[in-house]
Every structure is written in structure tokens, then in C-alpha cells.
Ligand binder design. Structure first.
Ligand code: CA2
Length: 151
């Protein structure tokens, strides 16, 4: 069985491609899922692609990835990136490497977006590259798995 990468998306990302295209582009979340599945195929991963508007559900999926022995988590926690100690704690408690992804460059936007609780416990961070950042994160997890590194 292929190792699984969990791709977890936070609040409002279900609206991708339908609103604010100047900021977030025209790709839908379904397009991002297709991109992730293609990257998964290239790197030998099964993909569990998830989105929720609820903080606790994101926490539960991070825990589930840990229990399942996932190869990695690609996490765009959206607005919870900047507020959620619960998500920070869930990542800190898992042995699964987390790559934080943002479509936009969070350092070039409002000052409050420069604070990321996720970055404090993520293995790596990719932002500002749009949907391709998800594919790069999956490639990065493949590189980490090749090194035998899970932390
Ligand atoms: O750039 C990113 O990926 C963000 O995680 C997106 C979040 C934002 O709060 C973060 O600071 C950066 C917002 C997601 C909202 O997604 C929408 C997509 C289309 C239309 C409206 C919202």
C-alpha cells in the first residue's frame, strides 16, 4: 500500500476560484485536488484531500494523520494559521512532518498575517506561489521520506 499524504485545507478555501480571483486566482479547490493527486502519483503517495471551515475538525484530521502513520501533512490552515494554538498543539503532538502552504505571500499582506502559529512547528513553509505550492510541498515530503526523516 502507498504511504498517504494528508492535504488539509482550512476555512473559506472551498470558495477558491469563485470569489476574489485577483487575490487567490481562478483555480478551484477541485483543481488543487487534481494537482495534488497528480503530484502524489509522481511521488508514490496516496492523497487524502480534506477541507473544513471548523478548527476542531482540522485538529482531528492532524491527529488522524498521526494515528494512520501518514508520510506527511500539507497544511493550508487559512485564517487559523494566524490564530490557532489548538492547531499548533496538534502539530507539535504528531510525529508526522507538516509542510505549511499558502497560496499568497502572507509576508506581503496585512501585518497580522505575518504571524503564523503553524510555522513554529512546521517542517517547512511555502507561500506565494499559488496552487503549485501544494505540488512542491508533496515533492518536498517525498524528499524527506527518501532521507528517512519523519521529524
Ligand atoms: O494565502 C493563503 O493560502 C491563505 O492561507 C488564505 C487564507 C488567508 O486567511 C491566509 O492569511 C492566507 C484565506 C482563505 C480564503 O480563501 C478564499 C478563497 C476565495 C475567495 C475567498 C476566500
Amino acid at each position: 500500500m502507498k504511504p498517504t499524504v494528508y492535504v488539509i485545507n482550512g476555512p473559506n478555501l472551498n470558495l477558491l476560484g469563485t470569489r476574489e480571483p485577483d487575490k487567490y486566482g481562478r483555480a478551484t479547490l477541485a483543481d488543487v485536488e487534481t494537482l495534488c493527486r497528480e503530484a502524489g502519483d509522481r511521488h508514490g503517495f496516496a492523497i487524502a484531500f480534506l477541507q473544513s471551515n471548523h478548527e476542531g475538525e482540522l485538529v482531528s484530521w492532524i491527529q488522524e494523520a498521526g494515528r494512520a502513520g501518514a508520510a506527511g501533512i500539507v497544511l493550508n490552515a487559512a485564517a487559523y494559521t494566524h490564530t490557532s494554538v489548538a492547531i499548533l498543539d496538534a502539530i507539535a503532538a504528531t510525529a508526522v512532518p507538516v509542510i505549511e502552504v499558502h497560496l499568497t505571500n502572507i509576508h506581503a499582506r496585512e501585518p497580522f498575517r505575518r504571524t503564523s502559529y503553524v510555522s513554529q512547528v512546521a517542517k517547512g513553509v511555502i507561500c506565494g506561489l499559488g496552487p503549485q505550492g501544494y505540488g512542491l510541498a508533496i515533492a518536498g515530503l517525498a524528499g524527506l521520506a527518501g532521507q528517512g526523516s519523519r521529524t
